[in-house]
Each structure stands twice: as structure tokens, then as C-alpha cells.
Design a protein. Structure first.
Length: 79
């Protein structure tokens, strides 16, 4: 199972769902307003760290590309 980020165009709120990677996600609706006009957003993913029980780290999906607001130009350094 994986977590997917979405944005609702009806109420303007972001939300997250848990689903299988290969699952058809036509069933997804905004949990706040029930809106069907949603779009998937591509943020980071959460990767468990080896050190520290339950520690989580935000990592880039694209493996090293940077955000426009990032001065290090390597999202792996953000966190």
C-alpha cells in the first residue's frame, strides 16, 4: 500500500489516500466535501529511516531534482 496526495478543486483542500499502487483510483472523492473534481499532486514520499524507531523522512519522488524554493538544489538534503 502507498499514500497518494490529492487536491480538491471544489473546496480547495489537500488530502491523502491509502491505496495499492496498481489500484484503479476512480473511486477517490474529497473526504471533506465529497467533491469529484480532484487532481493528484506529486509531492514527496515518506521513507522510514534505519536509525530511530518510527522516524520518517520526506524524500523526493524524482530522486534529486529540486524545488523552486530550495537553495540546496537537492531535495534529498531537505527535511
Amino acid at each position: 500500500m502507498a499514500y497518494f496526495d490529492y487536491f480538491c478543486d471544489k473546496c480547495g483542500k489537500p488530502f491523502e489516500i491509502k491505496a495499492a499502487i496498481n489500484e484503479d483510483r476512480d473511486w477517490v472523492r474529497c473526504p471533506l466535501c465529497g467533491g469529484k473534481k480532484i487532481r493528484r499532486t506529486y509531492g514527496g514520499i515518506y521513507v522510514p529511516q534505519k536509525s530511530g524507531a518510527g522516524a520518517l523522512r520526506k524524500s523526493s519522488l524524482s530522486g534529486g531534482s529540486s524545488c523552486s524554493s530550495c537553495s540546496s538544489r537537492n531535495c534529498g538534503n531537505c527535511g
